[in-house]
Design a protein around this ligand. Structure first.
Ligand code: MTE
Ligand code: MO
Length: 449
């Protein structure tokens, strides 16, 4: 028997809110005060306009920008999931508009574990430190703007996207070691894509005179309250091997879809590692340590690993798995007749090669029968590496009923989304990429007045 009261020591649930210890007003204020003491911050996070400290007992809100419920599902504090319905709908806000390849800046999913630090970019500095640097130095925002800019179209996909679809326990049962960790239960929407502009990380390292670097540690300025770390707080950081850092498409990004990064997305500067899981895209960068030695992962990165009965030792999360999604919200109602199913597919291994879509019909409670066997979708634009591709498939003569729709993508490296029952379970719910069904309803238009 599993003791339900026991939880492993992972109080971090992916949102920065300790589960066991509670989130006291005092610890929130302590966090804000520490933030205000840092020289580059104008004010403590809690004093930002319209964001007073929460009344005691209530959780802090870690998201700054508005997240209207027609575009977002609130998953947890600091976890705002993108709704797929609007992405596929032609009419938005009464205007006739369509999403292009990119998700508009105010509609991209958000995954914050603390209130974003308030940063005055004139006072802000990016510090380059470490024993691999001949000329350790700081960069101003203008220093970075003066370097050659690079613009890339890239998907951004949370490692824990689709985590809600994992079985809560490993198939075949679990012992105490593998009790699941209560991270944010994302469905398909912890993903987006944008046009990112910034400078090459390699150019910045070169400007600081990097010699024989091995590992690079990217550190964010947000201060995360989490009682399972010494002092009860932790900074968001990621250690990345130099081979990845020096790739031409590894950027320090200051612009998203042609505009300054929004505060929630890392203003003024964030990391972009093409094809890697978005947990590595450190936001609100303040310091980069460049070392001639291996740097052990610290902080939350120690938990960004695949671990479970199928893993003899924990495997760090790096390359983002192949995934796809249909541009509908679950339970959405369609009308009978000819339907076009649209969606997007992406892979951290490279460009998408092919997508298939199938439809099943609920014939009796719990019994799904094939309505439309796997059918190859048309790709609506030329697949590019690390950028999602749009696809569509016709579903002719949809009859009233309850359905589930699945998409299954393949990339040019030959990776295919597995069947849900073949996805390898891991305790942190990372990397789920089975072709999971989206439930839809087809009903005739109502003739009620
Ligand atoms: N400093 C910092 N960087 C961070 C995070 C964070 O909490 N703090 N969250 C990470 C995670 S898990 C994801 S999925 C992405 C989310 O980026 P977005 O909010 O811009 O979509 O940022 C990553 N970078
Ligand atoms: Mo995430």
């Amino acid at each position: 028997m599993l003791a339900v009261t026991h939880r492993p020591d992972h109080s971090e649930d992916g949102t920065g809110r300790p589960r066991e210890t509670g989130y006291s007003r005092r610890s929130f204020l302590a966090c804000s005060a520490a933030g205000a003491a840092a020289p580059f911050l104008v004010r403590g996070a809690s004093s930002s306009p319209g964001a007073a400290a929460p009344p005691s007992g209530e959780a802090a809100n870690f998201v700054v920008q508005p997240t209207p419920s027609r575009y977002f599902v609130h998953r947890e504090n600091g976890s705002e999931e993108m709704k797929w319905g609007p992405v596929g709908r032609a009419v938005l806000d009464g205007r006739h508009a369509e999403y292009g390849d990119a998700i508009p800046n105010d509609r991209l999913y958000i995954h914050n574990r603390a209130r974003p630090p308030r940063i005055d970019r004139r006072a802000w500095r990016l510090r380059l430190t470490g024993d691999a640097l001949a000329r350790p130095r700081s960069f101003t925002y203008d220093d970075l703007l003066a370097m050659p800019p690079v613009t890339l179209r890239r998907t951004i996909d949370c490692g824990a996207n689709c985590s809600a679809f994992f079985p809560k326990l490993p198939p075949g049962g679990a012992d105490e070691r593998w009790l699941p960790v209560g991270y944010t239960q994302w469905h398909f929407g912890a993903v987006g894509a944008a046009e990112w502009t910034g400078v090459r990380a390699g150019d910045v390292l070169a400007a600081a005179g990097a010699r024989s670097p091995v590992d690079v540690k990217f550190m964010g300025l947000d201060l995360i309250v989490n009682q399972s770390f010494p002092g009860g707080t932790v900074r968001y950081s990621q250690v990345v091997p130099i081979e990845k850092v020096l790739k031409d498409d590894t950027l320090l990004v200051y612009r998203m879809n042609g505009q300054d990064l929004p505060v929630d997305h890392g203003y003024p500067l964030r990391l972009l590692l093409s094809g890697w899981s978005a947990v590595t895209f450190v936001k609100w960068l303040g310091e980069i340590e460049v070392s001639t030695r291996r740097i052990p992962p610290t902080g939350l990165q120690t938990r960004h690993v695949l671990t479970g009965p199928a893993y003899p030792k924990p495997v760090p999360l790096s390359v983002s798995p192949i995934r796809s999604a249909i541009e509908h919200d679950p339970e959405v109602t369609l009308h009978p007749g000819d339907v076009v199913l649209r969606g997007r597919a992406w892979s951290g291994h490279g460009a998408i090669d092919r997508v298939d879509v199938s439809v099943e019909r609920l014939a009796a409670p719990g019994r799904w029968v094939t309505e439309m066997p796997w059918r190859r979708a048309t790709l609506l634009n030329t697949p590019e590496p690390f950028m999602w591709v749009r696809f569509e498939v016709p579903w002719r003569g949809a009859r009233p009923g309850q359905y589930r729709v699945m998409s299954r993508a393949r990339d040019r490296a030959g990776n295919v989304q597995p069947r849900p029952q073949d996805v390898v379970w891991n305790q942190h719910g990372l990397g789920y990429n089975g072709h999971y069904p989206l439930e839809l309803i087809v009903v005739p238009p109502s003739d009620m007045p």
